[in-house]
Design a protein around this ligand. Structure first.
Ligand SMILES: Nc1ncnc2c1ncn2[C@@H]1O[C@H](COP(=O)(O)OP(=O)(O)O)[C@@H](O)[C@H]1O
Ligand SMILES: [Mg+2]
Length: 370
């Protein structure tokens, strides 16, 4: 329990990071700037985060001996992806503080549990139904209507494990294609835009939200994030309140992201929560160049038991992902004035793979909110 035994790192201490992707890499870089070391644990020998740390553990998540050794080498453990197996988290948590508390994963690994949790907080989501068979899918479609979105409860990302149902004749085929009997059906929301709030919560319960970000997807993969989102101040305040309510309800320590839909309505737009990511998030990458503190540094500060930084945005910020072979244009981006380039050092530019990102900041002091 964090509240009974609070973590307080000192410069030179070591953070264990589960997961070796670009998020782990950027967390480790932020930790290094604060004089903290990292040990990255990942089963993939080509993990981009391995390149920036002195200690790396390349082992399976079920390798008990490797987990025990890893725990003995670090002072606190965090994760950069939400699908940490519960057995892995249990073994580690018995030995070292794990932040955010792995109990959060039980909710956020399962779309149904996540939506139930959000609804219990009085926060709106798309209407949804638990689906575990063709029959329950048919009943859910009858209740929610079409179009609707069928999603696996677990392991979905970048639109994988989901499909839009437009016509009731396709149910049988879609159900067998999904390949699982653990699914959720959501009403299709004709949203006006998608936004997210990246929030940091410190061990003392203080929450610092970054400005609301507007996200555009291409082929279900995040392409561009802009801050601030083009929504009213009132709606932005509501979005931050939603993220804060969720972080408080989890007694969260670290950074989380809440994805939301802005839904048009007769009395103006309203918000629905789509998804919670219990980690730093792609829609917060702009904070590396566009804010006084990045989401990665806020996360490190939170799990180190250090004070969070008050957030100041430098201007209007746009972050664009370099996906697949778009990475080949890095030379042109490097030459473009006002563009900051981030390359993740990944070997093969597979289709749909996030290879890097660029950020552009338009400084206009009068557009700043804080
Ligand atoms: N109920 C819905 N109505 C309309 N669009 C949706 C709905 N659910 C998801 N989407 C679209 O699909 C994208 C991916 O869905 P999401 O639930 O965030 O899964 P993941 O990001 O894990 O792949 C969303 O960002 C949104 O654009
Ligand atoms: Mg999502």
């Amino acid at each position: 329990m964090t509240s009974l035994n609070p973590v307080k790192l000192r410069p030179g201490d070591t953070i264990g990071i589960l997961g070796g992707g670009q998020l782990g890499r950027m967390l480790a870089l932020a930790a290094a700037r604060l004089g903290l070391r990292c040990n990255v644990y990942s089963p993939d020998p080509d993990s981009p985060a391995f390149d920036v740390v002195q200690r790396a553990t390349c082992a399976e998540y079920a390798d008990v001996a490797a987990l025990e050794l890893f725990a003995s080498e670090v002072d606190v453990i965090t994760y950069e992806f939400e699908n940490v197996p519960s057995g892995t988290a249990m073994i580690l948590a018995a030995r070292r503080p794990v932040l955010p508390d792995p109990a959060v994963l039980q909710t956020t690994q399962d779309r149904l549990a996540e939506k139930d949790f959000v609804r219990r907080l009085g926060i709106a989501t798309a209407d949804y139904a638990d689906v575990s068979s063709l029959e329950t899918l048919q009943q859910a479609v009858a209740r929610l209507g079409l179009p609707a979105v069928l999603k696996t409860r677990r392991f979905g990302y970048d639109g994988k494990g989901q499909s839009i149902i437009r016509d009731a004749d396709s149910l049988e085929a879609l159900w067998s294609e999904l390949g699982t009997n653990s699914a959720i059906l959501e009403k299709f929301i004709p949203f006006e835009r998608e936004i997210s709030v990246v929030a940091a919560r410190g061990a003392d319960g203080r929450v610092e939200c970054f400005d609301v970000t507007e996200n555009e997807h291409r082929d279900h993969i995040l392409k561009t994030s802009r801050a601030p989102a083009r929504i009213s101040d009132e709606l932005a305040a509501q979005a931050r309140t939603i993220a804060t309510t969720i972080a408080d309800a989890f007694d969260y320590v670290g950074v989380l992201a809440v994805e939301m839909f802005v839904v048009p309505g007769p009395s103006g737009p309203s918000l629905m929560v789509n998804e919670i990511a219990p980690r730093v998030h792609n829609s917060g990458h702009w904070t590396l160049d566009g804010a006084s503190v990045s989401q990665f540094e806020q996360h490190i500060r939170a799990i180190a038991g250090w004070p969070l930084a008050p957030v100041h945005r430098h201007g209007e910020v746009a972050m664009t992902n370099l996906i697949g072979n778009e990475i080949d244009d890095y030379g042109a981006w490097l030459a473009k004035p006002g563009v900051t380039v981030h390359l993740y050092g990944k070997g093969i530019a597979r289709e749909g793979r996030k290879m890097g990102h660029i950020t552009e900041v338009k400084t206009r002091s009068r557009s700043q909110k804080r």
